[in-house]
Design a protein around this ligand. Structure first.
Ligand code: GDP
Length: 365
């Protein structure tokens, strides 16, 4: 599964947030293919459509799709020069698909900030600079090699060198790789560099408990929002402390607690949805009597590969898929009525699965 890595300076609330994530965690039995690692938290992606489908299908169980957060603690100033530890943390970031950067926006005299005061913009820049420096090193090494290889006359090295030069130029100005527009070809060529600052990013503004519902009076949050807007990044406001408490509760108790706080949903759920969007993920459903279930795919995935998320045999032996859109199925009120109305389509191997498709795969074993 796809993973988002949680980074941030010490004492900003990363472990508190990660604990909330593991506490709210998914039931492991439903997700045998998820990573088992104390630094990985598996969460279920909330989706109201599952309940609606269940009203039609009356399944034995409902299984949401899952998503993984990785706790990448220990990123500090100087990490990019770090021989041992620092470098290892950067290595962990290389492996994730997206970055969740937690910044401290809560004031609390009892909890010391590593740099002496609360200033999320400075924190963002501190972490980002480490990531940029690490990237710049990889880019320069690769650029030297590409230039040598260009002498062979092979055009692909020219493409590579051009892209690397543009990246190096912005990184030297202290800007992240994501500010460079790369073509699909260029992205493909540079994929194995695993650059840190080209990964999609979202910021978590960690606020005090009393600001979770309304943080408009918090100037730090405002500053983070402005900064994020300049790089098309999202900001999710949470109070990590409060999320840890919310994660202890379930069902009606949880709803009552959220209502009391004036929250329409848990900050964690907001974070999960934002991370899902950040990665360009889509959901399709399978709906039968044993279970109604959500599955995650990347936007643009075709039917056989979507089937492969369930089982590799489904992809290998794919024949075709029966597809009905979520809205069509809900409107019809039952699978049979949807079929009578001609809303159930047969799709082949080139069909691009849409968000909300309810799929039934036919395959050879
Ligand atoms: P980490 O070093 O980034 O993992 O930070 P921690 O999660 O250990 O948090 C550092 C300190 O800040 C701990 O004492 C937390 O209890 C406190 N803290 C974290 N989140 C919040 C919050 O939302 N509100 C308040 N008041 N304190 C928090």
């Amino acid at each position: 599964p796809l993973q988002a890595g949680i980074v941030g300076l010490p004492n900003v609330g990363k472990s508190t947030l990660f604990n909330a994530i593991t506490k709210a965690g998914a039931e492991a039995a439903n997700y045998p293919f998820c990573t088992i690692d104390p630094n990985v938290g598996v969460v279920e992606v909330p989706d109201a459509r599952l309940g609606k489908l269940a009203e039609i299908v009356h399944p034995k169980k409902i299984v949401p799709t899952a998503f993984e957060f990785v706790d990448i603690a220990g990123l500090v100033k100087g990490a990019s020069q770090g021989e041992g530890l620092g470098n290892r943390f950067l290595g962990h970031i290389r492996e994730v698909d997206a970055i969740v950067h937690v910044v401290r926006c809560f004031e609390n005299g009892d909890i010391t900030h590593v740099s002496g005061s609360v200033d999320p913009l400075r924190d963002i820049e501190t972490i980002e600079l480490e990531l940029i420096l690490a990237d710049l090193e990889s880019v320069q090494k690769r650029l030297d090699r590409a230039k040598k290889n260009m002498k062979s006359g092979d055009k692909k090295y020219k493409v590579e060198a051009d892209a690397l030069e543009r990246l190096a130029a912005v990184m030297e100005e202290g800007k992240p790789g994501r500010s460079v527009e790369l073509s699909d070809d260029e992205q493909q060529v540079l994929k194995d560099l695993h650059l840190l600052t080209t990964k999609p990013i979202l910021y978590v503004a960690n606020v005090g408990e009393d600001e979770a519902a309304d943080s408009s009076a918090n100037p730090h949050v405002q500053a983070v929002r402005e900064r994020a807007a300049t790089e098309n990044a999202q900001v999710v406001v949470v109070s990590a402390q409060l999320e840890a408490e919310i994660a202890e509760l379930e069902g009606e108790d949880r709803d009552a607690f959220l209502a009391d706080l004036g929250l329409s949903e848990a900050g964690l759920d907001k974070l999960i949805r934002s991370a899902y969007e950040l990665l360009g993920l889509r959901t399709y459903f399978t709906a039968g009597e044993p279970e109604v279930r959500a599955w995650t795919i990347r936007a643009g995935t075709k039917a056989p590969q979507a089937a492969g998320v369930i089982h590799s045999d489904f992809e290998r032996g794919f024949i075709r898929a029966e597809v009905v859109g979520y809205e069509d199925l809900i409107q019809a009120g039952s699978y049979n009525v949807a079929r009578e109305h001609g809303k159930v389509r047969l799709e082949g191997k080139d069909y691009v699965v849409a968000d909300g498709d309810v799929m039934h795969f036919r395959f050879n074993v």
